[in-house]
Design a protein around this ligand. Structure first.
Ligand code: NDP
Length: 341
């Protein structure tokens, strides 16, 4: 089968394209430049994965951006969307591409390839959590929807917090998928993947640590001594390994029962304390890593919200990697790229 995958130059999508290739799919990636496309083609070819090609889509918000790209494929995985929460000047910076990217690709499919089988989009636990109106600890499931962020942005406009701006962008984008399906009744089926913070090996092109994607940039600060004793214990939310998220996208297109459903792909709660415990254990040569109270994970996360990832295990067969393996993979890949710690 042939899948169109948007944004493979990003952290999660670079792995997702690789996972599709490993499972025997042909992959057409949309990238913003020739250079990013070439990097990926070479990257996969090094592992003997040669069925990757790419097309240039400069900006996902342009009308008809995907009209050509959707032609001839059997399925679509839409991952490209901006993810940052600091220096957001206007929530529309995030909401525009998130929503327009989603509706745009769905319209292009209806126009030029309506007989496609399935569409998976990368949503987030941002579309599920209501951290203002529901007091932690809450066990969130796929039944839950973010009740806070859309109204926050409507009320606060350009004064909205970066967190709510991003969360609103993901909530509105996922709602756009389900609304499109309800109204247009396409012959294809939709699936949403809703990960918490995604961690793990970095394989995409990043030439400087300041350009790391949001979830990995958080870890970089711990690994390079920018975080101090005072920052601990630092509950961080929930996490998942990037390879499990990638496989979730593949299964979303191949497992019949996944049709029409959303899936939390998440492995549990963690804290900055977990990062430093793993760094001390597995990279004892590192200096400047705070110590805190080693081994206190259970105590620290006992009042954390949980995003229950069991449905993805049951229906999609995702068995979650451990946090220790995930952090080690992430650290080793960053060391290889930047050599700075
Ligand atoms: P990255 O920042 O690494 O990747 C974002 C991708 O989207 C890049 O390929 C980027 O292209 C592309 N993109 C963004 N805006 C545009 C635009 N206007 N036009 C064209 N391409 C665009 O992020 P992640 O891999 O972390 O995120 C991927 C998806 O996963 C997003 O939808 C995000 O919301 C979601 N997600 C991420 C989580 C995480 O912890 N990382 C958690 C839950 C969900 P370019 O490289 O050219 O800039």
């Amino acid at each position: 089968a042939y899948v169109l995958l948007t944004g493979p130059s990003g952290f999660i999508a670079s792995h997702t394209a690789k996972e599709f290739l490993k499972e025997g799919f042909r992959v057409r990636g949309t990238v913003r430049s020739e250079e990013k496309g070439k990097y990926l083609k070479d990257l996969y070819a090094k592992d003997g994965l040669n069925d990757f090609d790419y097309v240039i889509v400069k900006d996902i918000v342009e009308d008809g951006a995907f009209d050509e790209a959707v032609k001839g494929v059997d399925a679509v995985a839409h991952l490209a969307s901006p993810f940052y929460v600091s220096d957001v000047k206007d929530p529309q910076e995030l909401i525009g591409p998130a929503v327009k990217g989603t509706t745009g690709i769905l319209k292009s499919i209806q126009k030029n390839n309506p007989d496609i089988k399935r569409v998976v989009i990368t949503s987030s636990v941002a579309s599920i959590m209501s951290t203002d109106s529901r007091k932690a600890p809450v066990i969130y499931t796929e039944e839950d929807w973010n009740q806070d962020s859309i109204s926050h942005v409507e009320k606060n406009g350009t004064k909205s917090t970066g967190g709510h701006s991003y969360q609103a962008s993901k909530t509105l984008a996922e709602k756009a998928l389900w609304k499109f399906i309800e109204e247009e009744k396409p012959s294809w089926e939709g699936v949403a993947i809703n990960p918490p913070l995604v961690l793990g090996e970095v394989i995409h092109q990043v030439d400087d640590p300041s350009k790391l994607n949001t979830s990995v940039a958080g870890f970089w600060a711990w690994a390079t001594g920018q975080k101090k004793e005072d920052d601990l214990p630092a509950p961080q939310g929930n996490w998942v390994n990037v390879k499990d998220v990638a496989l979730g996208h593949v299964r979303a297109l191949t497992v019949p029962e996944a049709a029409g459903q959303r899936f939390i792909v998440g492995a549990g709660a963690f804290a900055g304390q977990d990062y430093v415990d793993i760094l001390h254990k597995r990279f004892p040569e590192l200096k400047n890593i705070p110590v805190g109270k080693p081994g206190t994970h259970d105590e620290i996360v006992k009042n954390s919200n949980i995003f229950d990832g069991q449905k993805a295990t049951k229906v999609l067969g995702i068995k979650y990697e451990t946090l220790e393996d995930t952090v080690v993979e992430m650290a080793e890949s960053l060391r290889k790229k930047f050599g700075k710690f």
